[in-house]
Design a protein around this ligand. Structure first.
Ligand code: DGY
Length: 321
């Protein structure tokens, strides 16, 4: 059968699909996110779709591509897909959970450290010729050990972030989630708190929830106002969960201490965005899962889902079951 891929994925996934006897077409125009009309046009000639760059799959898309037998997302997040529409049109959709949890948590951890020690800003000082002498009091960072890490959304990625913070720095773990996470409570002595308590008690607040109606814009001016003045805000999940101008205002006015972002809204972030020039801010270009090993595992999982879907079997990591 014929599979269309919106952006090249690691070779191992493509090889698995070909070995299973399928024909694979990778979108040749890879520089920009594929426009919906081009995506629909391509899908018309294919049986399955792999979404490996941003593409919005909405009601219109599904109404035009209801023949698709399976869609595999090369991501854990599925907020770009109208899952109700996919289900109505009987199209199974898969994502890539678990395999990217450690790599993504690592980026959250990296950002936490970089913000705490103003690493990006200190590097820029060297590049700008401003490293002149030892500074006893200028541009100091803050310690992390034994502070409180607050996790918003304690799924697999949040768990890995909490574990790293506890193991490396003896940090206390608090979390807010739709449901209680008994494993984290037992293994990490994590304490479940309300959203307001999470804001008020976290020294580092790290966002790992799915983007939903309820979580869109949840980190707004009111939320930042409740946080500690020495708090660090980390978002490696989705940029739409924080209100960027409220965040900038909170940083400008010392309402919170710093922020580390691997996700922005919109993406890509404008290169002149003032957040990029603030000492207590570190921004990365959405690289949570970007290690060779992780991307290979994601590609394998995507291939397994497509192969199962094309055989009419249940997808190993189906989202709309
Ligand atoms: C994910 O896997 O959801 C990453 O954020 C890429 O979209």
């Amino acid at each position: 059968m014929k599979i269309f891929i919106t952006k090249e994925i690691p070779a191992i996934g493509i090889q698995m699909l070909k070995e299973a006897g399928h024909e694979v077409t990778v979108n040749p125009d890879e520089d920009t996110p594929i426009p919906q009309h081009a995506l629909i046009e391509n899908c018309r000639q294919h049986d399955a779709l792999i979404v490996s760059g941003f593409a919005k799959l909405d009601e219109h898309f599904f109404s035009q591509c209801s023949h698709l037998k399976v869609i595999a997302l090369f991501s854990v997040g599925y907020d770009s897909v109208d899952m109700n529409a996919a289900t109505r049109y009987n199209i199974p959709v898969s994502n890539t959970p678990d395999v990217l949890s450690k790599a993504t948590a690592e980026i959250a951890f990296l950002l936490m450290l970089c913000v705490a020690r103003k690493a990006f800003y200190q590097y820029q000082k060297i590049v700008n010729g401003q490293w002149q002498q030892f500074e006893p009091v200028a541009d100091l960072g803050i310690d992390l050990h034994h502070k409180t890490i607050g996790i918003f959304g304690l799924g697999n990625i949040g768990f890995e972030m909490a574990r790293k913070c506890r193991d490396a720095y003896g940090m206390q773990v608090i979390y807010h989630n739709r449901s209680r996470n008994k494993k984290a409570e037992e293994m990490l002595h994590a304490k479940y708190v309300s959203f307001d308590e999470l804001l008020q008690q976290s020294d580092v607040l790290s966002v790992h929830a799915n983007l939903s109606k309820a979580s869109t814009g949840i980190f707004n001016a009111d939320a930042f106002k409740q946080m500690k003045p020495n708090a660090i805000f980390i978002n490696t999940a989705r940029g739409a969960m924080h209100d960027e101008s409220a965040l900038k205002n909170a940083l400008d006015n010392n309402i919170i201490w710093g922020a580390g972002l691997d996700v922005t809204n919109p993406e890509p972030m404008d290169k002149n965005n003032p957040l990029l020039f603030m000492p207590n801010v570190c921004v990365l270009p959405h690289i949570g899962s970007a290690t060779r090993e992780t991307r290979n595992e994601m590609a394998e999982l995507v291939a397994r889902n497509i192969i199962a879907g094309l055989k009419g079997e249940r997808l190993p990591t189906i989202v709309n079951s």
